[in-house]
Ligand binder design. Structure first.
Ligand SMILES: [Zn+2]
Length: 570
């Protein structure tokens, strides 16, 4: 190496390293964000409204619509601009008003049970004999034909329930775990990240076939009810949907999930040839009058770069067993608080800061995908799987080319929060390496709050993917797990213990301050955040409109729903 070349390397190194110093931070405003977020927080009040009053918020249910109306109204009350609902096609809604289930013979005891979403009610109390169903193959299902009409089916396998191994159930990341998280994982052959174990494709396809055969049998022979054990060991019910949300489809038979301990007890009694009777009373309603899903959108208009956008978002919908507190009133309340903080301290971000509260996340990121489609970039939907076809996520189709919309060029960043109530410990870069030095500089100002880590890893399962998938910089934060979904003992994720009481006040306040800091920095930065390479594009992007003129918020979105004054107000 020549001296000259060595010097060039030194200079190049110097040019590369002081990225932290190059990021200009407005420390005065960041201080005001902290003061407002820690001294005058309203995040728990917002969360209480979304859970105790408006939860659960199953997409398509009347409660969801009330929660969307209330959130829109609240954002407007705080002074945010263009607060509106945007609709997209969803399907029929579902809610349940009542559920009781009892073993009534030969002994009597109440069952801890809840109905799966989009399954029918019983039309008053019904009573029937219990039939143990072990369906491991399509032949097993075939053998049940002619035997299940009028019965209560006890479907599943008993599971050995063990005490949680390490005692502690409330979990924060240790330094070691965060170190591990910072280590990149080379993607598996199918792309994407790696789950906890190898994905058994054959087993999955077999289970799917058996389930399809069972669903057919239920529809043909109409058992009184289908009862499955909860996937959680404690007396906690974890459940989602059991039937179709497609308008006009037949209603799936009543399906309940029962606490695992009680399910096991009845299964053991049935194995001893004890004849058992169960009474079930479920009142459930399908809502077909409004088949739209709704997103809530509002913004703090920018100043000299107001044609450009920074977005924060979280899904507002929940499953129905609890009140949807950690999943995801937490994220929604935090993102609403971010906008409230920035508005209240009269921050004057250069770029517009917009919030999106999404519906339909639990059914497949539907709300955020519809929003991205409408505003940023669309691609044809992958073809729906037929009954024997592979589901789209298992096919290895290359993504269809994108059609870009003008706003695609205007989004600086999207920040998402949807991993429970835990405070923010860092950010997933989603493999966007160029953003690393920028986030490192931003984390400097919040490291005393415990947010310090950056990982190149991707993370999945929530709405930042809708943005990331079309080449936009979309990020989800690393959050302490707390009690979200660790292990099989219990956990708030999709369970009836997901209620206001599981929310951690300090953690949510921290998250609001960290995200307000990130959103403000992103809105003030000279340049937008660097992007990853764009996925294949079908048509060349339209020429961007002159700066400051065509702005997303300025023209009403095509499907904007008129604001109803006072609707859903407290
Ligand atoms: Zn969820």
């Amino acid at each position: 190496m020549t001296r000259r070349l060595a010097l060039a390397f030194v200079l190049a190194g110097l040019a590369g390293t002081p990225a932290v110093a190059q990021e200009k931070l407005d420390w005065a405003t960041l201080g005001r964000i902290r003061d407002e977020g820690f001294r005058h927080s309203q995040v728990m009040e917002t969360a209480a409204q979304l859970t105790d009053v408006l939860g659960p918020r199953l997409t398509g249910s009347p409660q969801y619509k009330k929660a969307a109306d209330w959130s829109r109204q609240q954002l407007e009350t705080w002074g945010l601009a263009n607060a509106r609902l945007e609709s997209w096609p969803f399907g029929r809604g579902w809610s349940f008003e009542r559920c009781s289930a009892h073993v009534v013979s030969p002994m009597s005891f109440p069952l801890v049970a809840l109905p799966k979403a989009w399954t029918a009610g019983t039309n008053g109390p019904v009573r029937g004999k219990v039939l143990r169903v072990k369906a491991e193959s399509e032949a097993d299902v075939e053998a049940l034909k002619g035997k299940v009409a009028g019965m209560v089916l006890w479907v599943g396998q008993p599971r050995e329930l063990k005490a949680p191994e390490d005692g502690g159930i409330f979990k924060r990341y240790t330094d070691k775990q965060l170190d591990d998280l910072e280590q990149y994982q080379i993607p598996g052959p199918r792309g994407g990240g790696r789950g906890p174990g190898p994905f058994d494709r054959e087993a999955f396809l077999k289970r799917r076939k058996v389930q399809q055969a069972l669903d057919k049998l239920y529809a043909a022979e109409k058992p009184l009810a289908v009862v499955e054990p909860s996937e959680r060991d404690a007396n906690v019910l974890r459940l989602g949907a059991g039937g179709s949300r497609k308008t006009g489809d037949p209603q799936a038979v009543t399906q309940l999930v029962v606490s695992a301990t009680q399910w096991n007890r009845v299964a053991r009694l049935l194995d001893r040839k004890t004849e058992i009777e169960v009474e079930v009373d479920v009142k459930a309603t399908f809502h077909e009058d409004d088949t739209n899903g709704y997103n809530v959108v509002a913004e703090l208009p920018g100043t000299d770069k107001k044609g450009e956008l920074v977005m924060v978002g979280a899904h507002l919908d929940s499953w129905h067993p609890g009140t949807g507190a950690t999943d995801n009133a937490a994220g929604s309340a935090v993102m609403m608080e971010v906008l409230r903080i920035l508005k209240t301290i009269d921050a004057k971000p250069k770029r517009t800061v917009r919030i999106g509260l999404w519906g339909g996340e639990e059914q497949g990121l539907l709300g955020s995908r519809a929003y991205v489609n409408e505003h940023f970039a669309s691609r044809p939907e992958p073809k729906e799987a037929g009954p024997d076809d592979l589901p789209s996520f298992m096919r290895n189709d290359p993504p269809a080319p994108l059609t870009l919309k003008p706003e695609h060029a205007k989004l600086a960043a999207y920040f998402n929060l949807d991993n429970g109530t835990g405070k923010i410990r860092g950010v997933y870069l989603q493999e966007g390496a160029a953003v690393k030095p920028i986030f490192e500089a931003w984390l400097e100002s919040v490291k005393d709050l415990g947010a310090t880590r950056i990982t190149m890893r991707t993370t999945g399962g929530t709405d930042h993917l809708s943005f990331d998938g079309v080449g936009l910089p979309g990020f989800q934060f690393i959050q302490d797990p707390i009690e979200y979904m660790d292990g099989t003992f219990f956990g708030t994720h999709h369970t009836d213990m997901d209620t206001y009481d599981r929310l951690q006040r300090d953690d949510l306040m921290q998250a609001a301050v960290v995200i307000a800091t990130f959103a403000y920095n992103a809105a003030m930065r000279d340049e937008m955040l660097p992007r990853k390479p764009l996925p294949p594009v079908a048509t060349p992007p339209p020429a961007p409109a002159p700066a400051g003129k065509a702005k997303g918020g300025a023209k009403p979105a095509p499907k904007a729903v008129e604001a109803v004054p006072g609707a859903g107000a407290r």
